[in-house]
Design a protein around this ligand. Structure first.
Ligand SMILES: Cc1cc2nc3c(=O)[nH]c(=O)nc-3n(C[C@H](O)[C@H](O)[C@H](O)COP(=O)(O)OP(=O)(O)OC[C@H]3O[C@@H](n4cnc5c(N)ncnc54)[C@H](O)[C@@H]3O)c2cc1C
Length: 307
C-alpha cells in the first residue's frame, strides 16, 4: 500500500498527554495527526479531580473541551482509529505509521502517549463499582472519602503502601489481603500502631447498589461495612508500539526518556502514564507539553540547518 500523506508529527493517544501535545504543536504551526482508539485509562470514572480549573469535571467533558480548543488550530487533525504499527524510514527520514483499517501515513516525528490500563483485582462486583466507589488512586478520589470507612485491597508491599497512603485521608482503614498478607511482622506492627486493621480472609464479593460499595462479604460469611475500596495492583501499557519500535525501558517499567521526552529511538517521543512518572492527568498533560516542546525544537533545528 502506498504512503498516503505526510505529517510533521503523529501523536498516538489522545488522553491528557496527547491532547496537550497536540495543542502546543498546533500553536507551533505543525501539521499534526492525533490518533485515538477510544480506551482512556479513566474509562470508568465520572469525575476528574485535581486538574486545576477543572477539578471535578466529567472526563468526557474534559475531552470535548480539549477537542474544541484543538479544533482552533487547523493543522491538527483528529483520527479515531487504532495505530497498529510504526517503523522507521531510511536514516532520519521519519516513520511510517500503520492504522487498524490498513492505511498508512508518513511522519517526521512520532509521539507515543498511549497510556496504561489497570488490572482490576479478581473480586466479584468490582468492575461495576470501579470509578464510583472503587479506585486505584487516593490523590484522585481520596478527598471524597475523607474520614469515611475505607478498605484497601493489596498484598505485601503494595497493600502496605496503599494503606499507609490512605492515612492522609481517613483514620478508618481496613487492609484486605484476600489471602496470605505477605507482610513482615514489623509491617504488621506498624499497621496496628496506626490503627489499620488487617484482614486476610478471602473475599467472596462486593455489595451495594448503583456502583456504591456498602459492604465486603468474605468467603467465611463475615461482612465488613465500607464506603470505598482503594486497590494497588499492577497496570500494563495499552499499546505494544513502544516495545515494537525498540524503545528502552527504565527498571520501574516506564519508557526511558532523555531531555524533552525523546526515547532511546531517535525521533520517537513518549509522554503520559507510559513513562511511569506520577500517574495524574495534569502530570500527563505537562509531559505532553514537554514532549511537544522537544519535538518542535528538534523540527525547527533540523529545518534551520538545511537552509
Ligand atoms: C478510575 C480512574 C479515575 C481517575 N481519576 C483521576 C483523577 O480524578 N485525577 C487525575 O489526575 N487522574 C485520574 N486518573 C488517572 C488518569 O486517568 C491518568 O493519569 C491519565 O488518563 C493519563 O493520561 P495519558 O494521556 O497518559 O493516558 P490515557 O488518558 O489513558 O490516554 C491514552 C489514550 O491512548 C489511546 N491509545 C492507546 N493505544 C493506542 C493505539 N495503538 N492507537 C490509538 N490510540 C491508542 C487510548 O485510546 C487512550 O485514549 C484516574 C484513573 C482511573 C483509572
Amino acid at each position: 500500500m502506498s504512503v498516503a500523506r505526510d505529517w510533521d508529527v503523529v501523536i498516538v493517544g489522545a488522553g491528557p498527554a496527547g491532547l496537550s501535545a497536540a495543542l502546543v504543536l498546533g500553536r507551533a504551526r505543525r501539521n499534526v495527526l492525533l490518533c485515538d482508539k477510544g480506551t482512556p485509562r479513566n474509562w470508568a470514572s465520572r469525575r476528574l479531580h485535581g486538574f486545576v480549573t477543572r477539578d471535578g469535571i466529567d472526563p468526557k467533558e474534559f475531552r470535548t473541551l480539549a477537542y474544541q480548543e484543538i479544533a482552533r488550530y487547523e493543522q491538527v487533525k483528529l483520527r479515531l482509529e487504532a495505530v497498529v504499527g510504526a517503523s522507521p524510514l531510511a536514516a532520519g527520514a521519519g516513520f511510517t505509521v500503520r492504522f487498524a483499517r490498513g492505511s498508512k501515513v508518513r511522519t517526521r516525528k512520532l509521539l507515543l502517549a498511549t497510556g496504561v490500563l489497570d488490572h482490576l483485582p479478581p473480586v466479584q462486583g468490582i468492575e461495576e463499582r470501579f470509578g464510583v466507589s472503587v479506585f486505584q488512586c487516593p490523590y484522585c478520589h481520596g478527598w471524597e472519602f475523607r474520614d469515611r470507612a475505607v478498605a484497601v485491597y493489596g498484598r505485601g508491599k503494595r497493600g502496605f503502601e496503599m494503606a499507609r497512603a490512605m492515612t492522609a485521608w481517613t483514620g478508618d482503614i481496613v487492609l484486605c489481603t484476600d489471602g496470605a498478607s505477605h507482610l513482615t511482622r514489623a509491617a504488621q506492627r506498624q499497621l496496628q500502631r496506626n490503627g489499620i486493621e488487617l484482614r486476610t480472609a478471602r473475599i467472596a464479593r462486593l455489595e451495594g447498589r448503583r456502583g456504591q460499595l456498602t459492604q465486603i462479604v468474605f468467603r467465611n460469611g463475615d461482612a465488613l461495612p465500607r464506603d470505598a475500596l482503594f486497590f494497588d495492583t499492577p497496570s500494563s501499557e495499552q499499546s505494544a508500539l513502544s516495545r515494537a519500535i525498540g524503545c528502552e525501558y527504565e527498571s520501574d517499567g516506564g519508557v526511558k526518556c532523555g531531555q524533552y521526552s525523546e526515547t532511546s529511538v531517535p525521533g520517537v517521543y513518549a509522554a503520559g502514564n507510559i513513562t511511569r512518572d506520577v500517574q495524574l492527568a495534569i502530570v500527563a498533560a505537562a509531559e505532553g507539553t514537554k514532549a511537544a516542546f522537544g519535538i518542535n525544537r528538534a523540527l525547527t533545528r533540523e529545518d534551520f540547518a538545511l537552509r
